[in-house]
Design a protein around this ligand. Sequence first.
Ligand code: GDP
Ligand code: MG
Length: 301
Amino acid sequence: MGFFEKLRSGLTKTRDSVFGKIDSFFKSFSKVDEDVLDELEEILITSDVGVQASEEIIEQLREKVKDEHISDPALVREEFINILKGIIGENRNLNISSTPSVILIIGVNGVGKTTSIGKIAKYLKDSGKKVLVAAADTFRAAAIEQLTVWTERAGVDIIAQSEGSDPAAVVYDAIASMKSRKSDVLIVDTAGRLHNKKNLMDELSKISRVIEREIPDASRETLLVIDATTGQNGLVQAKEFINSANITGIILTKLDGTAKGGIVIPIISELKIPVKFIGVGEGIDDMQPFDVDEFTTALFE
Ligand code: GDP
Ligand code: MG
């Protein structure tokens, strides 16, 4: 199965419960008026699109309908999809243009950090990059073992120390190793510790200082992993992280098995942070760069 089919099948619940509802809604009226727009806004708000993004979408649609005298529901539907695409914006690729580059992966426990690292390592390796992974979640031995299994699956190298060691020291080790192996990309797993913001900030800045000192010219990404099944809570979580770290992108996981896929929209429109990868399953090939056209097509067609 190609990724688009996986994406489409992964988004089944979101499509059926939310966007399917919108689609049948577009077939249910003959002329668009204020009531129709209100009802559409209601559907969006009650799905995980949220109040702010829903209002923005409806406002744009209202203007479009008025300015261009559109009344045909099929055309309104088309405009609606265009507005949605516009709000999601352009695809934003991973910034790993210079060698070496570093990708820090952060997020609370259980959202899918380690799994995503395995998938992204495989994806980057397949695209010709030499990838190294640093096991800087040293909190539990099981976390290091789990990451080791994923790097074996992906066929990339890993640098790890024992449980309880200093995460910044692991990163230091990994950078030294990266230099001697001439790796292109270093992906760093971290422990999820949102419950202690200061702890998290201290740890991330310590890791950052090591990177800045050792490889000052490296491209940097700090990707926050959000579990799509948590819906609006994921958004709240993201806001907290934005206050403690310089997040450059989101990895949205577990879009399969949830009806809350609409959360992509407020993440991008409210937080102004690009979604760079989406996960639609537990397998190593179940993650791809986020693509606006593919995503909206998978939702509506
Ligand atoms: P971490 O604590 O953030 O490192 O999270 P893990 O990578 O250990 O993942 C936690 C659980 O989420 C595991 O059971 C994964 O298999 C599962 N998981 C991660 N990504 C996805 C996804 O895209 N889809 C599904 N269905 N499960 C996922
Ligand atoms: Mg983990």
